[in-house]
Design a binder for this molecule. Structure first.
Ligand code: MN
Length: 257
């Protein structure tokens, strides 16, 4: 029996249109044995408002999340920079809970703060400005009103702009800043900070008494943090997590396009 109380992962970048990655994730989710899954953002490669939910891959993912919550798994999702428009419709269709400002978990009097990580890129002023504009209530409302093709076009345009902007910046400026990590952890009173966003595992100690874990992107060797009931944690590969016993994995209904 596992003493795990939660599994934390993110940066799956699943295509709402569907594909092999979506199939593989839904199969994994259908049989994973965990009391709580915390998805720390960029579950989807892009999410341009509620209409995205009708795309075939999105429907598959939403259905498998719903099956997971119906099995009694608590699913919590922190929106990332690619899917920050996830909203109430997503919660209603999946039974998952959104935590837009990050999630604090307390285990054995150990506090853990979980963020996507992009908010720690505090030297990237252009990005932070764009982030605050894109997350303004007006933009979120407008996105809900756009027809799907227009939303997709806007998302593609933003992605191109972001790829060009990122390529033009020195690495140091794009990076998550240790001071920002320390400040966020201190505000939350956390001794463990878990983020994604960079897609490359790292463990740092930016201040005494603070462990800062950056997870691999989905599919990496250390793409999941397992939090245990005694307050300890380990980084593992999602494929190595225990599967639920008792026969065949939960059947996930296939969405039709
Ligand atoms: Mn990201």
């Amino acid at each position: 029996m596992s003493s795990a109380i939660a599994h934390v992962f993110g940066d799956l970048h699943l295509d709402p249109a569907g594909g092999a990655e979506v199939e593989a994730f839904c199969a994994w989710l259908g049989s994973v044995d965990s009391p709580r899954l915390v998805i720390l953002g960029d579950l989807f490669e892009a999410w341009f408002g509620p209409r995205t939910a009708s795309l075939p891959g999105a429907r598959q993912v939403l259905a498998s999340l719903l099956a997971a919550t119906a099995r009694g798994i608590a699913v919590e999702v922190i929106p990332g920079n690619r899917d920050f428009l996830l909203g109430a419709g997503f919660e209603a269709r999946t039974g998952a809970t959104l935590h837009a400002g990050g999630r604090t978990l307390e285990v054995a009097s150990q506090r853990t703060l979980i963020l996507h990580g992009d908010e720690l890129c505090t030297r990237d002023r252009g990005y932070l400005r764009l982030r605050s504009v894109l997350r303004s209530p007006l933009v979120v409302r407008l996105a809900a009103l756009l027809p799907r093709w227009a939303g997709a076009a806007v998302a593609a345009r933003l992605r191109r702009a972001s790829v060009q902007a990122v390529a033009a910046k020195p690495a140091e400026e794009k990076a998550m800043q240790p001071e920002a990590a320390v400040a966020a952890a201190q505000r939350a009173g956390a001794g463990l900070l878990i983020v994604g966003h960079a897609h490359e595992f790292a463990l740092r100690t930016p201040a005494p008494g603070l462990e800062w874990v950056v997870l691999d992107g989905w599919g990496g060797d250390r793409d999941v943090v397992e939090l245990s009931g005694d307050g300890t944690w380990t980084a593992v590969a999602h494929g190595d997590l225990p599967r639920s016993s008792g026969g065949s994995p939960t059947q996930v209904s296939r969405a039709r396009s």
